[in-house]
Ligand binder design. Structure first.
Ligand SMILES: [Mg+2]
Length: 170
């Protein structure tokens, strides 16, 4: 092989795709980003929590809303309402310059034994696959701990976000 050919060869470099996975922040919907109403069965009852959009705007990480909506599974309201609420959520966030990268919901009831109903992790895993997230560096924020011991108890979403940002700096 000649020196010239070697020179050409050295320029044939490959650029590796940036494959570092991002951390995500999974936000509960009812009681975390919008008011908890039991079953949100009409769009007119939907209210964002004050400060939620500002808090979400501060997050640099991928932001997903994950919500159990068994009211749909139980026949209390149609799936169209769930989708309408999520459109409203996204548009109200956008009005304040905030955005989420995805909204995931589980329509099942406990006895369906699905993989997605929180506290199961199906929705988190789906989002991680869709958005290339590192689940082991991600955060979950909700208004109920369930059977988990939270790492931090915040007064509101804004305080939870400050804790997440602080934790990421460490
Ligand atoms: Mg909740």
């Amino acid at each position: 092989m000649s020196a010239i050919a070697l020179g050409r060869l050295s320029r044939r470099c490959a650029l590796l795709e940036h494959t570092v996975l991002r951390p995500g922040v999974f936000l509960d919907r009812d009681g975390t980003t919008s008011e908890e109403l039991g079953y949100l069965n009409h769009i007119s009852r939907f209210r964002m929590l004050s400060g939620a959009a500002a808090a979400i705007r501060r997050l640099n990480e991928a932001r997903m809303v994950v919500t159990n909506q068994s009211g749909f599974g139980r026949g209390y309201f149609p799936e169209a309402l769930v989708l309408e609420v999520h459109e409203r959520l996204v548009s109200e966030l956008a009005r304040e310059g905030a955005r989420v990268d995805g909204v995931y919901y589980c329509p099942h009831v406990s006895s369906d034994d699905c993989a997605c109903r929180k506290p199961k992790t199906g929705m988190l895993e789906q989002a991680a696959a869709d958005l290339r997230l590192a689940l082991d560096r991600s955060f979950v924020v909700g208004d109920r701990a369930g059977r988990y011991q939270p790492d931090f108890v915040a007064a509101d979403l804004s305080q939870a976000v400050e804790w997440i940002l602080e934790d990421n700096r460490r």
